[in-house]
Design a protein around this ligand. Structure first.
Ligand SMILES: C[S@@+](CC[C@H](N)C(=O)[O-])C[C@H]1O[C@@H](n2cnc3c(N)ncnc32)[C@H](O)[C@@H]1O
Length: 158
């Protein structure tokens, strides 16, 4: 089976390595979760079936959104919700990054090295084709990124 992140057509279904989420404390909601997930990422989950983007979000949110043009909408909702940590590729020069991260987030944490995302069957894939960044919306989440045990570089934005 081909587990390369960049070669896989269904990039949407690459899952966060569990140790990343565990390092950030517990979350109340993952609004963009697979329909059949190999593990929980929060206390509550929305999937494509409910369309997490159109739902009301409650509590502390974990958001590794669908990639591509959809990402901006999800990060925009994280920003309005003001209580979320998001994970996306560190494409820091893009319009999306300027609109939803540099100008709205409280802090960012650039992950050292490349993450290895997981398949829906819970199998670890190859290293991702791009670096990843964690994005904090809300002061408490910025503090959590600042104090987490992951390897990388924290930058306060607000
Ligand atoms: C990059 S994966 C991340 C999965 C999981 N949140 C994690 O961190 O491991 C993005 C997920 O968003 C789901 N998704 C795509 N569109 C969605 C929608 N409109 N509402 C809810 N989930 C959606 C996909 O099925 C996929 O499982």
């Amino acid at each position: 089976m081909d587990t390369s992140f960049e070669r896989n057509k269904s990039q949407d279904e690459w899952l966060t390595p569990p140790y990343v989420i565990e390092a950030l404390g517990s979350f109340d909601l993952d609004p963009c979760s697979p329909i059949k997930r190999p593990w929980d990422t929060a206390k509550n989950h929305f999937t494509k079936k409910q369309d997490g983007l159109s739902q009301v979000w409650k509590g502390r949110v974990w958001c590794n959104p669908p990639y591509g043009t959809e990402t901006s909408k999800w990060l925009g909702k994280c920003s309005k919700h003001k209580n979320a940590i998001a994970l996306t590729f560190a494409r820091t020069e893009t319009k999306m990054f300027f609109e939803q991260v540099w100008s709205k987030a409280d802090a960012v944490f650039f992950i050292k090295g490349r993450l290895r995302f997981y398949t829906l069957k819970g199998i670890e894939g190859d290293s991702a084709g791009s670096p990843s960044v964690l994005i904090a919306y809300g002061k408490r989440n910025a503090k959590i990124l600042q104090n987490c045990d992951l390897q990388g570089k924290f930058i306060q934005l607000k």
